[in-house]
Design a protein around this ligand. Structure first.
Ligand SMILES: *[C@@H]1O[C@H](CO)[C@@H](O)[C@H](O)[C@H]1NC(C)=O
Length: 386
């Protein structure tokens, strides 16, 4: 999931593309009400959640790249079991994992890191580290990773390529979904960008389906357009505008059938590339007293917002910014539109000479273009303009 750290103007760009604003504010009010009786923060399901585990390995392997470290589950009566890709531990039981290495660093589900309630402990031994989690619940479900550390003097770094990980389910007889403190979660859906609905079940045996709220319908999960992964939730592989709306997951196991929180899917028309503005001044040299306008034009995809900002010589002496912005459909094939910002400078003065820069920004990035304008002494009728 890409981080949603949007700058002010990016945020405006996103907001400009919202499809379900009214719905959101209605739900906002609803959540504020229900927050009064909310459970303690189990900050588990924010979309922004960035587990350190997900970070891409940035460090190149050390020359003698050994195999990854090993994870062992310590069972009762001192028995050991090498763990595979997943593991199920009965809720209430104690989880004990042993990871070879010294030192090591663990990565655990986010809410365990945040809510230090004394249930999680790690102890370093001579050759291995032991993670112990007591009084386990379904909320502890998630990925547990052990990173051996490579140390030089006081400097230690994770050896990502040697990490060992296991996804642990804590099947909870009462909670089929990992609990969340939120009533709903907003998910930004970008055109052509796979998106995950993180409805995480506590048991790998639960049968999970995906549903739309209005009109109520179950969505087909064909494995291509939409797929399900018991360690992750549903993935919409090629988001389209019709995916927008409110979705939720339903899990069933035995006699139990439960709904997840609601996912408010907001479709954002995401541009393919940053804008490519073109700048042009009405005159490259202008006489004092004349009017000047500088035009910045972006040809782009339809319904993709472009924000313009300007830098101009008159700024320094406090000349106010006057612009006229417009959007127009481009006739002909392809859904294109022209976005334009025109900077208007009335009665040019000497201080208006210099570089005019237009920056155009969309959700993919920004690009600036400049042009220079020369200011000539007051026009004399005979003098030809350049
Ligand atoms: C675990 O649960 C037991 C029994 O409810 C309780 O006495 C103990 O304090 C709990 N331990 C921790 C670390 O929360």
């Amino acid at each position: 999931m890409p981080p949603l750290n949007l700058s002010g103007s990016k945020r405006r760009l996103v907001l400009g593309s919202l499809l379900v604003c009214a719905l959101i504010s209605a739900l906002d009010a609803q959540e504020q009400k229900s927050a009064l009786g909310a459970k303690p923060n189990v900050g588990r399901s924010t979309n922004k959640e960035s587990k350190p585990a997900r970070a891409k390995p940035k460090i190149k392997p050390t020359p003698s790249a050994q195999a990854q470290t090993s994870l062992t589950q310590v069972l009762k009566k001192g028995k050991f079991k090498k763990v595979g890709e997943t593991l199920s531990v009965q809720t209430g039981d104690t989880l004990e994992l042993r990871c070879r290495g010294r030192p090591v660093q663990w990565s655990v589900p986010l809410y365990l890191e945040e809510d230090d309630d004394g249930r999680l402990r790690t102890v370093q031994h001579e050759r291995y580290n032991v993670l112990t989690l007591v009084n386990t619940t379904g909320a502890d479900t998630g990925e547990y990773i052990c990173y051996p550390m490579f140390c030089e003097d006081q400097d230690c770094r994770k050896e990502y390529n040697k990490a060992a990980k296991v996804f642990i389910f804590f099947p909870d007889p009462q909670e089929l979904f990992v609990p969340s403190s939120n009533y709903y979660e907003m998910i930004e859906l970008r055109s052509n960008w796979p998106t995950v609905l993180p409805c995480q079940v506590t048991s790998p045996k639960a049968k999970v389906t995906l549903h739309r709220e209005f009109p109520p319908a179950e969505l087909a999960v064909d494995g291509t357009e939409i797929s399900f992964d018991v360690k992750k939730g549903f993935t919409i592989h090629r988001p389209r505008p019709f995916h927008a709306g409110v979705l939720h997951c339903v899990a069933s196991l035995g006699n139990l059938r439960q709904s997840s929180i609601k996912y408010i899917i907001i479709y954002v028309n995401y541009p393919m590339a940053p804008p490519a503005p073109v700048i042009q001044a009405s005159l490259s040299s202008v006489s004092v007293g004349e009017n000047l306008h500088v035009t910045c034009t972006v040809m782009g995809e339809q319904d993709v917002n472009v924000e313009f900002s300007w830098e101009y010589p008159g700024q320094e002496i406090g000349r106010p910014l006057y612009t006229r912005e417009s959007i127009s459909r481009v006739s002909g094939g392809g859904a294109r539109q022209q976005s334009q910002s025109v900077l208007l400078v009335d009665e040019v003065r000497d201080v208006d000479q210099g570089t005019y820069t237009c920056t155009a920004e969309n959700l993919q990035g920004a690009k600036s273009v400049s042009t220079t304008v020369k200011v000539l002494p007051k026009a004399k009728a005979k003098k030809p303009r350049v």
